[in-house]
Design a protein around this ligand. Structure first.
Ligand SMILES: *[C@@H]1O[C@H](CO)[C@@H](O)[C@H](O)[C@H]1NC(C)=O
Length: 316
């Protein structure tokens, strides 16, 4: 089956990694699956043009009901959707967007939520007549680059003369210009906090592996693949206590949670001084990822769901 897969594909983001992984699951079942960035399509007609190519696409998949799924509404292709982070947390608050998302969900042959909670929230805010929302957590796979060095950070300041454990490095692409400016301004005033450019996933994992802990201080909801990857790499996790993080980090078991700067410092100090705690957290985190975020299971789910599209194509 020839499938079109639409997603927001800024390079070196979590979205990109997820989309690539799902694409490879689908191809390993013998289908062809073309991944396209929603940013390349300015109107549904741009997409209609692509879809009618020869040989034509026979089905579609989209990550994000609003950003990507809506482009599929007018096409006569069976499709499935995967809830994106901002769908339920942000976009539903806008009534117009919510209505569009509801249409997407109605027309979709299936929808995938990364968590049970997201599924419940989606069913609460969007009408979904038959239960077509499946829960499939993201599969987590880590690979550490063999060659990696910190020179960039060493150059950036005198940090190496201090205690390495007291340094916070923020790594990632500049996706949102307003947020980037805000972060840069704060970092300039702070000592011991550094910004680093995005890098390949293997290099990022190599960097994580060399850290004492991985921190997530996000206040906005979502599911953190970075936290799960840290667990997989046996690096302790310190995360802000928000529902998205608390869903994967059980305080004192798979990681540590904090709600204030003071608590962050306190929990970090605990982690530094209590070797037993550190070992426990690392062990349970690894087990948690293996049990709940297996790539093998993720592959089987998507292969089964794509079979539904395959069958729908013959019924249409
Ligand atoms: C931090 O956690 C939030 C909520 O779980 C998530 O949306 C975000 O992607 C995470 N970011 C990183 C870098 O872990």
């Amino acid at each position: 089956m020839k499938l079109l897969f639409l997603a927001c594909l800024s390079p070196k983001t979590g979205n990109y990694t997820t989309a690539e992984r799902i694409r490879s699951h689908i191809e390993s079942a013998g289908h062809s699956c073309e991944l396209r960035d929603v940013a390349d399509f300015h109107s549904p007609s741009d997409l209609a043009h692509l879809v009618s190519q020869n040989p034509p696409f026979e089905g579609a998949l989209a990550i994000h009901l609003f950003k990507a799924g809506r482009l599929l509404l007018d096409l006569r292709l069976p499709f499935g959707v995967i809830f994106g982070g901002t769908d339920i947390n942000e976009d539903v608050k806008d009534e117009q967007k919510r209505v569009v998302m509801e249409q997407v969900l109605l027309k979709a042959r299936f929808a995938v939520a990364f968590t049970e909670k997201l599924k419940e929230e989606a069913e609460f805010v969007l009408v979904s007549p038959d239960s077509k929302i499946y829960v499939q957590p993201q599969g987590i796979q880590t690979e550490v680059a063999e060659q990696f060095c910190w020179t960039e950070f060493l150059r950036s300041s005198e940090w190496h003369s201090k205690n390495l454990h007291n340094i916070l490095i923020i790594i990632g692409p500049k996706v949102d210009p307003a947020l980037t400016a805000e972060v840069e301004a704060v970092v300039k005033r702070a000592t011991g906090v550094f910004l680093a450019q995005e890098r390949s996933q293997q290099e990022l994992h190599a960097a994580m592996k060399r850290c004492y802990a991985v921190v997530n201080s996000s206040v906005s909801e979502g599911m953190s693949a970075a936290i799960l990857e840290a667990m997989d790499l046996r690096v302790p996790v310190l995360a802000r206590n928000i529902p998205g993080n608390a869903a994967v980090v059980k305080h004192g078991v798979t990681g540590l949670l904090f709600s204030s700067p003071q608590e962050f410092v306190h929990q970090s100090q605990r982690l530094l001084s209590d070797q037993e705690l550190r070992e426990r957290v690392v062990r349970s985190g690894k087990l948690y990822v293996e049990e709940h975020h297996s790539v093998k299971q993720e592959r089987e789910t998507y292969q089964r769901l794509v079979d539904k599209l395959h069958k729908a194509q013959f019924l249409a």
